[in-house]
Structures are given as C-alpha cells and as structure tokens.
Design a protein around this ligand. Sequence first.
Ligand code: PMV
Length: 321
Amino acid sequence: MITTAKAPANIAFIKYWGKSNEKLRLPMNSSISMNLSEVYTTTSVEFSEKFKEDFIYIDGKRVKAKEKERVVGQLDLIRNLARIRLRAKVKSRNNFPKGTGLASSASGFAALTLAASKAAGLNLSEKELSIIARLGSGSACRSLPEGFVEWKAGDSSKTSYAYSLYPPNYWDICDVVAMVGESSKKVSSTEGHAIVESSLFYKVRIAGMKNKVRGIKDALKKKDFTKFGEILEEEAINMHVVMMTSEPPLYYWLPETLDVMLSVIEWRDKGLESYFTIDAGPNVHVICQARNAARIKRRLIKLNGIKRVIINKPSIGARLI
Ligand code: PMV
C-alpha cells in the first residue's frame, strides 16, 4: 500500500542553531516557529517485498550517496520500531527549490516520518512523530503540530519534541517570502550546527536564549505585533552573527538579501510595519500583519534581483492525504 503525507515548511522566530547532542539532534535551546501554508513537501512511501533496496526519489530525481543515506537512516528508525525489514520506495516532491533556506529538510523529514510510519503499520502520536522527525532533521519536529509551535529543547530524546502553542487561525499574520536565490546552499545546516562553538559570540547567544523565548511567547500571547517583530528580527541577526563568525565563516546572504532587509527597515520607519527573519539561505521572510501582506508583496517584487514572492499564512501541521 502507498501512503502519502503532506507537511508544511516552518519559519522559526526563535531559531535552533547548535546542538547539545549531535547524534540525537538535541538543540541547545528551545525554538518557536510558524508553519507555512504555501511551502510544503508531499511524500509517498511504499514498503514491499518486491524492492531489493530502498529507492528514493526527490523532485523526480533518484538520489544517491549522502542524501540517500539520510533518508534510509530515517526509514531504518521506522522499520526498527515496526519490526519490519521490507525495503521501500519513497517519492518526495517539494513545491519550492530545496536547500535554499526554505526549510526543505523540515517539511521533507516531517512528511517522510508521517508517511513511512503509517505505511509501516504504526499508529504514532503527534509527540512520537515529532521525536522521530527530529532525529532526521531538527527543525522537522516543528512541522508536525499545527499553527504556532514550540520545540522544547529537553534533555533527552524523549523530552525534546514540538507541540502546538496556538492553532493557525489564532493570529492573522503572514510570512511574505522574498526569494532572491534558487540555487542550493554550499554549506548544509547540519555542517553549520557542528561548528557553532567556534564563534566567540555563541556563548553570549545561548546565555540570552531563555529570556528571548519567554519574551516572544509573551508577545504571542498578547498578540503584541511590535514586540513580537522586534524580538524575531534581533534573533535573526543574532544567529547570522554567530554563523558569520564561525570557523569557517558561513555567509548565507546575497547582496539582495541585505537590500530587502534595509528596505523593510525603511518602509517600517515610514509606517508600513514588518520585520525580517532569515534562515540558512539568502531568502528573506518578511513577517507582517495580514492586512499589509499584499502591499509588502507589491513593494518586494519591485526590488532588484527578486525572483519570486510567496505570501504564507499560518498553516496546519503534517497530514496524511
Ligand atoms: O533542522 P536543520 O538542521 O535544517 O536546522 C535549521 C536551522 C535554521 O533553519 C537556520 C533555524 C531553524 O530553527 O529553523
């Protein structure tokens, strides 16, 4: 039987950058995110005796080597839990270019975990799915629950998972993504996490994290958009300072990235309120209230080097389809 799942990408307002346990992908700090309505992965999984090995297709291409190993590792976790040895055919499609800082590993591993566990005959809870997705890619654990999500750092595999803080319709905010680059990044986030401690600023970042998580949760609770935006924008810069001061330094931005950031600040100074955040890639996520999304999109499209602009609303989490 073929089982298919769809999972959204998510944008983190408080980021996960650096692990306390590399193998278990336990993060150094809790993170807060929102699932995205227009950016997602659809994955189908079939376990069968007719397959002599695992066949993995991503966006129509059969993947090999490292990329395949990571998917097979995730299938092995699920096979062990279900006590089966059957090989699988996995077909995964992103509706956006992968590896460009649009969280393809998050939506990808969330969809894979849900589809494969069902196909293997398991009936896991959202918490169990979140834990298993985390083992494939940390941020993937946040694409299982709905809407606005917290990933509790925890101190063991069982205590490190994500849960929903609020459903998608809780707050009318948007993530207007300005795509400035569509080619795959040179340094993966997995490699980036491994070198965080080489940055002089990392300890300072971690020391402030608990306070920041508390602050953004409070702003979310009060729906205080200004406070919320100020925290998420500072947080993005904070993470990128650590990235740029790692050894070797990681520069994920392109000139157009900075251009969007400065434009957002200028528009805000003139009364159009929005805030930016950026993951491990050059694309800029402009967070605004829904009533301003179309206006911001019109302005972003006019900037140099913008390839595409996508307006995302808060979304439900991973689902079987
Ligand atoms: O889950 P990973 O290993 O792809 O790391 C995600 C890292 C960031 O996207 C930069 C931050 C985050 O919390 O999503």
